[in-house]
Design a protein around this ligand. Sequence first.
Ligand code: ADP
Ligand code: MG
Length: 245
Amino acid sequence: MLEINNVTKTFGTGDSLFQALKGVSLSVKEGEFVGIMGPSGSGKSTLLNLIGTIDHPSSGTVTIDGERASNLNQEDLAKFRRNQLGFVFQGFNLMPTLTVAENIVLPLTLDGEKVSVMTKKLNDISEVLGIESLLNKRISNISGGQAQRVAIARSMIHEPKLLLADEPTGNLDTKSSKDVMRLLSELNTSLNSTILMVTHDAFAASYCQRIVFIKDGELSDEIIRHSSQSEFYDDILFSLKQLEG
Ligand code: ADP
Ligand code: MG
């Protein structure tokens, strides 16, 4: 599903060059739920942005479902992003003056989708996420946890092959974090969506099947969930301690 081959990313020019990624390689299978963890500034968001074709690698390649973004022209790239990828970010990026329903179908509106198709997809995803009662409310009138569900609904409505989430529980309380993580794992299993999630929260990470750790722009460790979620949580805490030490 995703093939990252020896990717580097350098920011800046002249004397102020900074290498944020120093040769990262990673393969993700279809339907996998992978977590990316590491200290602040280690390159997690940079990596996610490269995968999301929001930014380009300085060298190396990113291949998603056999397609290499660097080979696409501007128009095809925009289409690729809209059709194949879903994004969930910490700040939600929802339109405050629109209703929940309008926000969720926005990606389809931009694609000129038929109203009947949009309505069906809206109803389906709302049911999965349990947000039917919110559909006519404005974003400014719902809670943070509810807004994050709406953001997930919007990012999933076109059934993307790959969902990229950067700190999706970053500003949520424990209860809402748990709800959001349950939803993501449900989407992962029921729709077989491939998910890549950056998080610094070990509890959120314990919902993943595999965690890759980044330090100073390089992959430093990887752990796979073999047993229960609580044992995996302990494994994650242990690895995080090693990463810091
Ligand atoms: P993380 O998400 O792991 O906290 P980032 O990927 O956001 O880290 O950033 C990695 C490093 O790259 C940081 O040192 C950051 O300052 C730097 N960086 C990120 N984006 C840019 C940019 N657009 N210009 C210059 N430096 C950047
Ligand atoms: Mg980040």
